[in-house]
Design a protein around this ligand. Structure first.
Ligand code: C2E
Ligand code: MG
Ligand code: MG
Ligand code: MG
Length: 274
């Protein structure tokens, strides 16, 4: 490769970094106003049991941006996890979920729970326990109806104190779910230290392989392991009937994925399910 080629590449990466910095600064500066202006929307994706009956929903954030249109989480969450603004987004989502649970409860629909995501960064930037307890008390909801999805990366730092926070949340009555289980590196090792109520398995990464037979064996083992540890398993990313049948056969308990429904607006979820 000649020198010019090399220099072009350097300019290219410089541009990319500048562009990312620009976006980070721009979106960060816009967040407060976006929240006040109702640009942040909670979408809901159904979670079902083996009969396909809806049992709850996962809250997934969308930013309806005035110039960018509907922005999915990958456009802003990773940068907000680095600069701490994720805690503003998550507090917003937790409150919206609590508000909705309260509204459903008042309307006599108390069968569904709502799962919310907790970023590992929230453990650093927020007093999670205090904030969540305050929300539950303010909206007068049953904490068991608010499922907290944590990920294994939360224990990469301050392990002891973070495990204690999770324990306290469960003692208070929150349901805690280990999200994206199997996608990180510490998965198995981590299970001996942390106690959660539900294990959530992401099919996505296992099905990105040609050797589906092998993937199915791994999934089967994870489900067995989870049962041995008394944890029900929810599988996310279920896209086909054949996946659903297989997962039911190996005794997976709950399901989430495009086969059942995509994430939709609160209004659409209510129209379909209430
Ligand atoms: P996650 O928590 O693992 O959420 C599941 C993601 O998988 C969602 O993507 C969902 O739309 C997608 N999904 C569900 N079923 C299927 C399927 O059958 N096939 C495929 N291909 N995908 C499926 P989404 O909404 O784009 O969110 C991506 C990630 O962004 C989430 O992964 C979560 O880590 C993060 N996220 C979303 N909302 C929030 C939030 O409010 N707070 C925090 N901290 N993170 C969030
Ligand atoms: Mg999740
Ligand atoms: Mg997940
Ligand atoms: Mg995932």
């Amino acid at each position: 490769k000649n020198k010019e080629d090399y220099q072009n590449k350097i300019f290219y990466y410089d541009d990319k970094i500048r562009e990312l910095k620009y976006w980070e600064q721009r979106l960060s500066g816009e967040l407060d106003n976006a929240i006040n202006d109702n640009q942040l929307k909670v979408y809901l994706q159904e979670q079902c049991d083996g009969d396909g009956k809806v049992i709850g929903a996962e809250a997934l954030i969308r930013w309806i941006h005035p110039t960018e249109g509907l922005m999915p989480p990958y456009r802003f969450i990773p940068m907000f996890e680095k600069n701490g603004l994720i805690s503003k987004v998550d507090l917003f989502v937790w409150k919206e979920a609590a508000k909705l649970l309260k509204k459903w409860q008042n309307e006599g629909n108390d069968e569904y729970y709502i799962s919310v995501n907790i970023s590992p960064a929230d453990f650093y930037f927020l007093d999670i326990y205090k904030e969540l307890v305050r929300i539950v008390e303010k909206y007068e909801i049953n904490p068991a109806k608010l499922k907290l999805e944590i990920t294994e990366t939360l224990i990469m730092k301050d392990v002891e104190s973070r495990l204690m926070i999770v324990e306290k949340l469960r003692d208070f009555g929150f349901t805690v779910e280990m999200d994206d289980f199997g996608s990180g590196y510490s998965s198995l090792n981590m299970l001996k230290d942390i106690s959660v109520d539900v294990l959530k398995l992401d099919m996505g990464f296992l099905y990105k392989t040609k050797d589906e037979e092998k993937s199915r064996k791994i999934i089967g083992m994870i489900v067995q392991l989870s049962k041995a540890l008394d944890m029900p398993v929810i599988c996310e990313g279920v896209e086909t009937k054949s996946q659903f049948e297989f997962l039911k056969n190996i005794k997976c308990d709950y399901f989430q994925g495009y086969l059942f429904a995509k994430p939709v607006s609160i209004e659409d979820f209510e129209n379909k399910n209430l």
